[in-house]
Design a protein. Structure first.
Length: 148
């Protein structure tokens, strides 16, 4: 019975991420045919945010490529550090606080680990940064260069 009760807190966090992080209550879709696929997608997103957070706490020494693609962790590193990429991918214990910083986590000792919702916001902010950068490179680069 106690084991079941300990799962309750993780379920509460999942629904908090789903409601606050994904903001599913703002969808206001009235037709079930539209609501169900949308809700299913947001549930996967909320689950991944919770999974990344919990897995990072349990296995901080594990290489981040276990969860993140090469492009994902490299984008996080480049956006935050603006230094050359490391030859060895960082650990989960290193990359998850970096994602949390993108979501607004300050990373002070008294702050503890970033929560799932903060990590979700960090991933969203990273995605917006990547889109902005690719859009800027594609549409804002000058076609001609003025002569000096």
């Amino acid at each position: 019975m106690l084991e079941w009760y300990t799962c309750r807190w993780e379920i509460e966090i999942f629904f908090r991420v789903l409601k606050s992080g994904c903001q599913v209550e703002k969808l206001q879709l009235e037709i079930a045919d539209r609501l169900e696929p949308c809700l299913a997608l947001y549930m996967i997103i909320a689950w991944r945010a919770l999974f990344v957070t919990m897995f990072g706490r349990i296995y901080p020494a594990l290489r981040c490529e276990f969860i993140f693609t090469k492009e994902e962790w490299q984008a996080v590193h480049l956006v935050l550090n603006q230094t050359p990429l490391p030859s060895i991918p960082p650990s989960l214990g290193e990359i998850i606080p970096m994602i949390g910083r993108l979501g607004g986590h300050l990373g002070r000792k008294c702050d503890g680990h970033p929560e799932s919702q903060i990590n979700l916001e960090g991933v969203q902010n990273l995605f917006c940064e990547e889109l902005h950068s690719s859009w800027q490179n594609q549409f804002c680069t000058p076609v001609w260069k003025p002569s000096a």
